[in-house]
Write a protein that binds this ligand. Structure first.
Ligand code: CA
Length: 229
């Protein structure tokens, strides 16, 4: 069965262009011209991925994203936001709300299709597979079960929080992790820890493991990501 991609975009030309490229690549595009239609269609059709414009009539992209994330049957659907160039706020809010990626406009349809394929590969790999017990990044090896990190065979001593932040980064396959997401993963939902705490722990990690100085990239106003190894 071809994978279905819900394209939410009010500009007909862009919508049709994306649909054309998606069809050419073997996907089955579903089209929605406004936010309300998008929410209904996402709930009814359960697409494999949603490509979501932000500025939309009826309900904007962030509302659509929120509706998807709070509807249990489709909450895990990957969502790629299409953002106006240079609009940091939308990008940040989108990532905080759980968008998987964003593509600034204007974009090339080819790039959009490439990103969609990468995300589907990733989410496919994540679904149903248990968390890996061994993670690695260049010369770094993490044994999750033993709570051990080694660089070229030499053990590095990390606190449990540092260990878990590093684990989250290693497991994120190059995705941006917002400070919020890191807090949730490492400290849990019920936390009074502030975002700055994450920065302090990242600084410690970079201090203890020099290869992470460049490998952990700071994404301005959002969080962190691990550069492709
Ligand atoms: Ca628009």
């Amino acid at each position: 069965m071809p994978r279905s991609i819900l394209v939410v975009e009010d500009e007909k030309e862009i919508r049709d262009l994306l649909a054309l490229y998606l069809r050419k690549e073997g996907f089955s595009p579903l089209l929605a011209p406004d936010g309300e239609t998008a929410i209904l269609s996402a709930r009814r059709e359960k697409p494999d991925l949603v490509l979501l414009d932000i500025l939309l009539p009826k309900a904007d992209g962030l509302e659509v994203l929120r509706a998807i994330r709070t509807t249990p049957e489709i909450a895990g659907t990957p969502v790629v936001m299409l953002t106006a160039k240079g609009d940091e706020t939308d990008r940040i809010v989108g990532l905080e709300l759980g968008a998987d990626d964003y593509i600034p406009k204007p974009f090339s349809p080819r790039e959009v299709v490439a990103r969609i394929k990468a995300i589907l590969r990733r989410s496919h790999a994540a679904a149903g597979e248990p968390e890996p017990a061994l993670l690695s990044y260049r010369e770094l090896r993490m044994d999750v079960g033993r709570h051990e990190v080694r660089i070229q065979g030499k053990p590095v001593s990390l606190t449990s929080k540092e260990f878990r932040i590093l684990q989250a980064l290693l497991a994120s396959s190059g995705r941006v992790l917002s400070r919020e997401a890191i807090l949730r993963k490492v400290w849990g939902e019920d936390t009074h820890v502030i975002d700055r705490t994450v920065d302090v722990h990242i600084a410690k990690l970079r201090q203890k493991i020099p290869l992470l100085v460049k490998a952990i990239e700071t994404v301005k106003d959002v969080g962190y990501k691990l550069r492709e190894g």
